[in-house]
Design a protein around this ligand. Structure first.
Ligand code: S3P
Length: 412
């Protein structure tokens, strides 16, 4: 995919639906009583993996144009589920399968089969789940067992781990309390509450009791993680407006980064949609200052770090991103692949075990970026090339279909 540089970049963008919310809307309605319509659903490959897995477990899932209809099953049955590239699908299904009393095997592609699964299996076992991993990885085998609520502290601030526990807790006897070291995205808590679950947050813990879910229609907001590429292009090259973006505070770390870097932006038309805050985000070309990001900032901007690195590569001064070792276990080792991407376009970056140090330059020359099969590296590389002096190309660009199939046509 060739990318030509542009000195000015303006437009208004209907960014596709949020990946995290689409996964949850399909999965939770898939075990709920009744039928639901999910509108503005993301039809990327990851969410289609969730749809296929829920079908395999017995839910009736129909995928239409930007819309998914789900009729839930109260008794998911045993199945062999292929989760493709999707960590969210596999990890959340580990909790669901452990709870619902079915024998389920979860498999994934090569990248997903290299990612850690014991971080989910271990805390689920505390509730009585029977789960086997292959030396910590997929395939994961979940065997039917009786779960009993208990208190669990998660070791990582991961919404996938937390959500797996909350799903299992819906089926457990008694009460389960889940605590995490830092607050991760809370879409699961919001959606389960809207679907009638007995769930509450108190003193830094989430308490869940055995509950039956009721189907809920969900209008999915645009994904701030996908909007981030067009927001970055606005900040670097002109003015962009991203429409109907989810601005849940557990996801808006990039706006706090914009504040610190001196990026001018405005939230317009702020509203609530299906229990989630939504706004249009207008971003203006701005001179960029270097940035420091620490551990406590990471959960709210974890997926945006590659594109934030592109902004840092064009900011004045030295930026330091620390406490981000979770990037090492994403779809690729994103500390290594982000560093390779920044160097490939002519930027200066040093890898650290838990992040990077980036020395900003006035301009990036451009070059050839390898996606390494990671959608967020491909799209961040495209932003860097569009804002570079000579442009260049992305190798392995087809992986954008994981989260943003329309990315290149929208960029065009
Ligand atoms: C997600 C949680 C995050 C994020 C991923 C989606 C989710 O992962 O990086 O893209 O939908 O729960 P972790 O839970 O591993 O931090």
């Amino acid at each position: 995919m060739k990318i030509r540089p542009r000195c000015s970049f303006e437009g208004s963008f209907a960014i596709p639906g949020d990946k995290s919310i689409t996964h949850r809307a399909i999965m939770f309605n898939g075990i709920a009583e009744g039928e639901a319509r999910i509108t503005n659903a993301l039809l990327g490959e990851d969410c289609l993996s969730t749809a296929a897995c829920m079908r395999a477990l017995g839910a009736d899932v129909t995928v239409g144009e930007g819309e998914i209809c789900v009729r839930g099953t109260s008794r998911p049955h045993g199945a062999d589920c292929y989760c493709g590239n999707s960590g969210t699908t596999m990890r959340l299904l580990m909790g669901l399968a452990a709870g619902c009393g079915a024998d389920v095997t979860l498999r994934g592609d090569e990248s997903l089969s290299g990612r850690p699964m014991e971080r989910v299996a271990q805390p689920l076992r505390r509730l009585g789940a029977k789960i086997e991993t292959c030396e910590g990885h997929a395939p994961v085998r979940v065997t039917a067992s009786r779960l009993i609520g208990c208190e669990v502290d998660t070791k990582v601030a991961s919404a996938q781990v937390k959500s797996a526990l909350l799903l299992a807790a819906l089926f457990a006897e008694g009460e389960t309390a889940v605590r995490e070291p830092l607050l991760s995205r809370d879409h699961t808590e919001r959606m389960l509450a809207a679907m009638g679950a007995d769930i509450r947050r108190e003193d830094g813990a989430i308490y869940v009791r055995h509950s039956t879910l009721h189907a809920a229609d969900i209008a999915v907001p645009a994904d701030i993680s996908s909007a981030a590429y067009f927001m970055a292009l606005g900040a670097l090259r002109g003015e962009t407006l991203c429409l109907g973006v989810g601005v849940n505070p557990t996801r808006t770390g990039i706006l706090r980064v914009f504040d610190r870097m001196g990026v001018r932006y405005r939230l317009e038309n702020e509203r609530q949609v299906c229990g989630e805050p939504v706004a249009d985000i207008r971003t203006f070309r701005s001179p960029l200052r270097a940035l420091t990001v620490g551990r406590e900032d990471i959960p709210s901007l974890i997926d945006e770090l590659p594109v934030i690195a592109v902004l840092c590569a064009l900011a004045e001064g030295e930026s330091v991103i620390a406490g981000a070792e979770e990037l090492r276990v994403k779809e690729s080792d994103r500390i290594r692949t982000t560093a390779e991407m920044i160097r490939a376009v002519g930027g200066e970056i040093e890898e650290r075990p838990d992040g990077f140090v980036i020395r900003g330059k006035r301009s990036l020359a451009g070059g050839t970026v390898r996606s390494c099969g990671d959608h967020r590296i491909a799209m961040s590389g495209a932003v860097a090339l569009a804002a570079s002096t000579n442009g260049g190309q992305i190798e392995g660009e087809e992986c954008v279909a994981i989260s943003f199939p329309q990315f290149f046509s929208m960029l065009n």
